[in-house]
Design a protein around this ligand. Structure first.
Ligand code: SAH
Ligand code: DHB
Ligand code: MG
Length: 238
């Protein structure tokens, strides 16, 4: 999406509407700091036209992930939750020409839309699409003996986030960065009595982070067109 188009709106399952100020600031920042990008616009449009849910990261968040991957000097990236490949394109562009991104997706239609979007972006040679349940594919990746990942983005079903985090650590090299999306959910994450199974999944993930001596981690809360949410960044010891 180009910075001049409307921001994505928050989903019906978020309690709070995004505040006008958050959206105005996001529009201001994206117009100023992001260049118009027909390839990313086309990926958004093709995903919407195919009926995919409008839950990709925002443009500014995509840039944020890309900058983290570049700061890490990432050459091997793991993504769990491809959807239409929007975050995939941002991250694959952070890679050097011989870098690789493996992205895991359970829905065949999502994977197909993402393949077309990534091809349009000219990034097919760097992106390896894996179709299937992440909990089945991650052990297969481990058995393949790939180069360890230096960056992972976890953004699939929230119920299994703790398990995805454990696999990401297992598949990562020392010093790798692991980023997890949707960890705040309108602040519901701080409610120990939450009945939302996705938020319960995120709380189990955060417990796993707290119990993992090999990582340093923090959560960055975010506001904008997708409402009030956040990313957890965990850095594996070198
Ligand atoms: N990272 C994307 C958004 C991902 S949305 C972006 O920002 O552009 C979450 C995706 O995870 C959906 O496409 C959904 O089909 C996928 N998903 C959900 N459960 C999954 C599972 N068990 N294994 C693999 N993918 C799953
Ligand atoms: C929603 C948003 C996400 O970024 C995601 O990965 C899953 C769901 C949502 O707003 O419903
Ligand atoms: Mg997400």
């Amino acid at each position: 999406m180009s910075p001049r188009e409307p921001r994505p709106r928050s989903r019906g399952n978020t309690k709070m509407k995004p505040e006008k100020t958050w959206v105005a600031v996001e529009e201001y920042m994206d117009e100023l700091l992001l260049s118009p990008d027909p390839v990313l616009d086309a990926a958004r449009k093709a995903s919407a036209a195919a009926g995919l849910p409008d839950i990709a990261v925002t443009p500014g968040q995509g840039r944020f992930l890309q900058l983290l991957a570049r700061m890490r000097g990432a050459r091997h990236i793991l993504e769990i939750g491809t959807l239409g490949g929007y975050s995939t394109i941002w991250l694959a562009r952070a890679l050097p020409a011989d870098g690789r991104l493996i992205t895991v997706e359970a829905e065949a239609k999502h994977c197909e839309v993402a393949r077309a979007n990534v091809a349009r972006a000219g990034l097919s040679a760097r992106v390896d699409f894996r179709l299937g349940e992440a909990l089945e594919l991650l052990p297969e990746l481990a058995a393949e003996g790939l180069e360890p990942f230096d960056f992972a983005f976890i953004d699939a079903d929230k119920e299994n986030t703790a398990e995805y985090f454990k696999w990401a650590i297992r598949l990562a090299r020392p010093g790798a960065a692991i980023v997890v999306d949707n960890v705040v959910r309108d602040g519901e994450v701080a409610d120990r009595n939450t009945t939302d199974e996705r938020v319960q999944g995120i709380r189990r993930f955060l417990d796993a982070v707290a119990a993992e001596p090999r990582v340093s981690a923090t959560t960055l809360q975010t506001v904008g067109g997708k409402g009030y949410d956040g990313f957890t960044l965990a850095l594996l010891n070198s």
